[in-house]
Design a protein around this ligand. Structure first.
Ligand code: DGY
Length: 323
C-alpha cells in the first residue's frame, strides 16, 4: 500500500520529521514561510495530509475549492481560528490540533511577561544597551511587587489554570477569573480562584489582567477602549492568547495616556506587524509570539500532531479531533 503523502508547511524539529518520515512521504516547505493562498490550494490538491500552522489561512474559499485531495489537516498548534472548521467539515476534511503539549511553556511565558512588565525589565534592558545607565540609584526604574496582587484571568482553560498555579505558588499572587463556564468547586478551591460572573467586574478588581481566551469572531476586540477603561490605572495587561482579542489602537492610547500602567504582549492582530504606536512606548514589553517556543515543547507538539496523523491513517479516531 502506498504511504500517505504529507506536506509540512513550516520547518519542524528534526526528531519530529524523522518520526514522520518513517511512515509518510514527507515534503517540507523549503521556504519556511506561509505558502499563501495559491500554495495552500495546490497543496490541498496534491497531498493526502497537510500539517499547517497559525501562519496558514485555510478559509472557506480555499477549503470549498474543487478537486481537493487532502483528507486531514493536522494542525501544529492549539489555536485553530486560521482554519474554517465548518468549511473543512463540508469538504469532509478532518481537523486536529495539539492542545496539551504547549500548556506549560505558554503558562511559563505568561509568568515571564508578568515579571518583566512589573519589574520594568524591557525598559531597563534597553537603557543598559543604549548606554543610558548611570549606576545604581534608590529610585531608579522602580517597578512593583507582584506578591499579594490579584491576577485576573480572562478565560479559564488549560493555559490559564497552569498560569494561575504558577502565579500562586511561585509569586504569591491571588487568583481571579472570568469565563463563560465556571470551573467546579474543587478546582476553584485548589487554585484559590475567585470567579467573576462578568468581564467588567474582573477588570475592575485585577492588578494584572491576563488573556487566555481563543481568537476568532467571538472574542474580537474583547479588550476595547471601554473594557480597558474598566481596569485600574495601576493595572497591567498581559496577552499570550491571540492579538485579535485586543484593540491595539485603544491599548496604545491607554498606555500612552497612562490610563493603565503597562502591558506585556506576545501576540498581535496582524503578525508580524506590531503597531508603531506600541513600539514607541516604554511601558510595554513586546515579544515575537514565543508562547510555545522551546525545543521540548515544539517537539512535543510535533509528536502530538504525528499521533493524530497515525490514528487517522490507521482508521482510528484521532485523539485531538476538532472537526
Ligand atoms: C498555538 O498553538 O496556538 C500557538 O499560538 C502557536 O500557533
Amino acid at each position: 500500500m502506498p504511504r500517505p503523502s504529507l506536506l509540512i508547511t513550516r520547518r519542524l524539529p528534526a526528531s519530529v520529521l524523522e518520526r514522520l518520515r518513517a511512515t509518510y512521504e514527507v515534503t517540507v516547505n523549503p521556504d519556511d514561510r506561509s505558502l499563501g493562498r495559491e500554495g495552500l490550494l495546490a497543496a490541498l490538491r496534491a497531498y493526502d495530509a497537510l500539517s499547517p500552522t497559525i501562519t496558514d489561512k485555510l478559509d472557506a474559499e480555499v477549503l470549498q475549492s474543487p478537486g481537493l485531495k487532502t483528507r486531514i489537516l493536522a494542525n501544529f498548534g492549539v489555536g485553530i481560528e486560521h482554519i474554517d472548521l465548518d468549511a473543512a467539515k463540508r469538504a469532509n476534511i478532518v481537523v486536529t490540533n495539539t492542545p496539551d503539549a504547549l500548556t506549560d511553556a505558554t503558562a511559563e511565558l505568561t509568568i515571564l511577561l508578568i515579571l518583566m512588565v512589573s519589574r520594568r525589565a524591557g525598559e531597563a534592558e534597553r537603557a543598559v544597551r543604549a548606554g543610558k545607565w548611570k549606576g545604581w540609584g534608590p529610585t531608579q526604574l522602580l517597578g512593583n511587587d507582584v506578591k499579594g496582587k490579584t491576577l485576573g484571568l480572562v478565560g479559564f482553560g488549560r493555559i490559564a489554570k497552569e498560569a494561575a498555579r504558577r502565579a500562586r505558588a511561585a509569586l504569591g499572587m491571588r487568583i481571579a477569573y472570568y469565563s463563560r463556564n465556571r470551573a467546579n468547586a474543587e478546582e476553584e478551591l485548589a487554585l484559590g480562584a475567585e470567579y467573576h460572573s462578568s468581564l467588567d467586574s474582573l477588570l475592575a478588581h485585577s492588578d494584572v489582567v491576563s488573556l487566555h481566551c481563543p481568537g476568532g469572531a467571538a472574542t474580537y476586540h474583547l479588550l476595547n477602549a471601554q473594557a480597558i477603561a474598566r481596569m485600574k490605572p495601576t493595572a497591567i495587561l498581559i496577552n499570550t492568547a491571540r492579538g485579535s482579542v485586543v484593540d491595539e489602537e485603544a491599548l496604545g492610547t491607554a498606555l500612552a495616556q497612562r490610563q493603565i500602567a503597562a502591558a506585556g504582549l506576545d501576540v498581535y492582530e496582524h503578525e508580524p506587524t506590531v503597531p508603531t504606536s506600541l513600539v514607541e512606548l516604554e511601558n510595554v514589553v513586546l515579544l515575537p509570539h514565543l508562547g510555545s517556543a522551546t525545543l521540548e515543547t515544539r517537539t512535543a507538539m510535533g509528536m502530538q500532531m504525528a499521533d493524530n496523523l497515525d490514528s487517522f491513517f490507521s482508521g482510528k479516531a484521532p485523539p485531538n479531533r476538532v472537526a
